[in-house]
Design a protein around this ligand. Sequence first.
Ligand SMILES: Cc1cc2nc3c(=O)[nH]c(=O)nc-3n(C[C@H](O)[C@H](O)[C@H](O)COP(=O)(O)OP(=O)(O)OC[C@H]3O[C@@H](n4cnc5c(N)ncnc54)[C@H](O)[C@@H]3O)c2cc1C
Length: 488
Amino acid sequence: MAEAPAVVRADTPVTVVGGGLAGCEAALQLAHGGRTVRLVEMRPVRGTPAHQTDGLGELVCTNSFKSEDTSNAHGALKVEMAALGSVLLASARVAQVPAGAALAVDRGIFSRAMTEAVEAHPRIEVVREEVTRLPEGPAIIATGPLTSDALSDAIREALGGDGLAFFDAIAPILERDSLDESVVFAQGRWDQDADYLNCPMSKEEYDTFIDALASADVHQSYDWDAVPYFEGCLPIEVMVSRGRETLRFGPMKPIGLEDPRTGERPHAVVQLRREDRAGQMWNLVGFQTRLRIGEQKRVFRMIPGLAEAEFLRFGSIHRNSYLNFPAHLTPHGSLQDRPDLIFAGQLTGVEGYTESAASGILAGLNLHRILDGRPPVLPPPTTMLGALYRYMREADPAHFQPMNSNWGLVDPLQKRIRNKREKRERLGERAGRDFRAWMEAEGLTGRGTDAGTRTEPGSGVAAVDRGSLTARPDGALAADPPAAVAEP
Ligand SMILES: Cc1cc2nc3c(=O)[nH]c(=O)nc-3n(C[C@H](O)[C@H](O)[C@H](O)COP(=O)(O)OP(=O)(O)OC[C@H]3O[C@@H](n4cnc5c(N)ncnc54)[C@H](O)[C@@H]3O)c2cc1C
């Protein structure tokens, strides 16, 4: 952990840059701690390619925060966020629309609730301007995947050329336990260490796979086709469009490998590379893709050994500014020589709405501690938030890619459980238990709610009864804008 600086007076203004999901959470954590906060959001003075409004906490795409089931990794993260007093969850509760086990919202009401919670706080001043340099005093930078060019330049200057990536090309990650051991074999090319898992293919299997890939449905919704792909991370479907044999001479080349079942070199091979130390998460090497999620399941499960594969993360390619956290930041996400300049949100390499918000909560909490002269804290890696931060600090800097919540990130259970449902339930229970124990040990209790994601007392969002939601003519739910309340 970086050394904490001397105590900083509570009325010394702290800057939070970015009024998105992470920035709002961070600002409120600081303000509730007693800090005076200057939250700087560039919209509407300067827009981004995706935001449409000047509201804080605007959701740029889906209106879903995913599952609330605590045996699901996203549900477990919500429990942890709720315990810390999340404004995202409180606002989502106010804006909730029916969506089964998922927490989905009316995005307009959600953003209004976030905006009002922040603006109504007496210790937060919201300023609308673009920040173009790293702030000199204590600050949190939460400018997200669409950080403006000028600030991106300043960050690159501070971190060096490899410090900030501009888009990600993500290959799917699979759960180790779901691979077919009777087909997949561990081996390196020629006599190299057996660091890779290999899925061998015959000529017939390769031909069928290429046909399926060439005709699969590709995501068109993002407007980033103009993004210049690096040759090294071309989407796999683009490679196929260049010729049937391109993959066999690229990521699927079989040279230097021998299938132990036949003693022969396969016609083609799909390789998996380890993502985590415990060996629970395996990356499909070179399979960055823009295939739709359903198509990824259908087509990649045709690969021998992957028929039952569980996807911990799906492949994707999109514009995304994110830092090389493991190469450049401290464990709590600050610059090495400035423990009080902390990065938060998607910019740090977490991926997703709730992950970004959770990172904002932790950044706010830690900056407050640091300014109080106390060291920053991180939850243990059996919890979802702790596991995300472990991933970011320990991932291989040469291959660092953003990560969403998934059970492959947490420490394995001590006793192996084969039943998937039961295993996830146990992981969820352990995460909740360990998170509560960690909060208690660090003196963090009393900020939010212990049970799920109801309106949190520390969040600054007023409880709006579901009864006040009324059906609009189009069938969607509407509510009066929630009145923000002063903190308890
Ligand atoms: C197009 C798109 C679609 C996405 N879809 C999803 C999805 O469906 N589900 C999901 O879970 N995640 C999605 N994400 C990923 C991510 O979870 C969200 O982008 C999330 O909003 C990240 O939260 P954040 O707080 O880190 O950044 P943001 O919510 O983007 O907030 C950053 C804020 O900083 C402001 N800002 C930027 N630069 C400056 C500056 N120089 N000075 C002042 N302010 C600045 C921006 O205007 C913005 O308000 C998507 C991302 C993008 C880009």
